[in-house]
Design a binder for this molecule. Sequence first.
Ligand SMILES: NC(=O)c1ccc[n+]([C@@H]2O[C@H](COP(=O)([O-])OP(=O)(O)OC[C@H]3O[C@@H](n4cnc5c(N)ncnc54)[C@H](OP(=O)(O)O)[C@@H]3O)[C@@H](O)[C@H]2O)c1
Length: 327
Amino acid sequence: MQAVRIAELTGPDALELIELPDPSAEHLLTPGEGVVIDVRAAAVSFPDVLQSRGLYQFKPELPFVPGAEVAGVVIEASPGSGVTAGDRVAAMTMIGGMAERAVAAPALTFALPEQLDFAQGAALILNYHTAYFALKLRGHVREGEQVLVHGAAGGVGTATLQVAKGLGARTVAVVSTEEKDHVAREAGADVVVRSDDAWREQVQALTDGGVDVVIDPVGGDRFLDSLRALREDGRLVVVGFTGGAIPEVKVNRLLLRNTSVVGAGWGAYVLSKPHLSREIGAEIDRLVASGVVRPIVGARFPLARAADAMRLIDERGALGKVVLELG
Ligand SMILES: NC(=O)c1ccc[n+]([C@@H]2O[C@H](COP(=O)([O-])OP(=O)(O)OC[C@H]3O[C@@H](n4cnc5c(N)ncnc54)[C@H](OP(=O)(O)O)[C@@H]3O)[C@@H](O)[C@H]2O)c1
């Protein structure tokens, strides 16, 4: 099979297309347990870019095939995995997804809803499960509340806007360009403000005094204004740091208006809790069925151009999800 390989940690330029043996039952993750997938679409995400430089928390041994998430058709599945050969699935592979065939754990393999194509399927698990986890389980968003989303036109951002709408929230998007403004609106933003404007003052005016929840995959120097944009009993959910700097909190700010700052680390947390993954998957399926979740795929590349796909994210140019299409 064809696969993308990283043999040195020098960023997207290091990606190369190579031939590898097909994975089969003997490559299953734990003895006798796993799903082998004929990959039709593989996601490219911000963490892949970090991983290509050795800057992500999960550091595979070199050389490795990157790719945490795919959609495709099951070739072979261990008994009890819940899927069988021929099923359309979306799955977290964690590693090895940027290849014609990949292996996933049954607990992280989900039936692909019929409403979605393979590219949308490759955009479904990481971002939408993270969005639900951050909004509902960590941010405790309730119907009628107002939710502000940073990096709102990106992968996590567009997913968060859609899931927040599905939970009955009013949504406020923060983006950096006109093009991203359009994408955020397409994803369901009720209000869009620009990060290079006086966005915090605008949010305060447009939300009658502030939002209930901030979902923050960006961090950096906008963190303090995010705290100020919250109303009483507000929750700021930390999801990532695309802005580079890791912010610090002066805790007196939390006391003044009963503010909570909480982390949302989805991946490692759900790995040991397969029942929770299933529950979140069922909620996402419900939101797909109701029509509110439709992953936005902003760019599609062939497998051979995986490096270009990563560069697009690296240069802050991604709109929605970036996907490699195979077959
Ligand atoms: N906690 C978890 O469980 C979890 C799960 C998945 C992902 N993540 C993290 O979430 C973050 C977002 O991932 P993603 O896939 O949504 O990325 P993405 O599609 O590239 O979107 C990231 C957004 O961040 C904003 N941004 C601000 N400053 C930036 C900079 N200097 N460089 C690049 N982007 C910048 C951009 O929006 P503007 O240009 O509009 O500002 C961009 O649209 C990453 O840090 C990722 O590691 C966390």
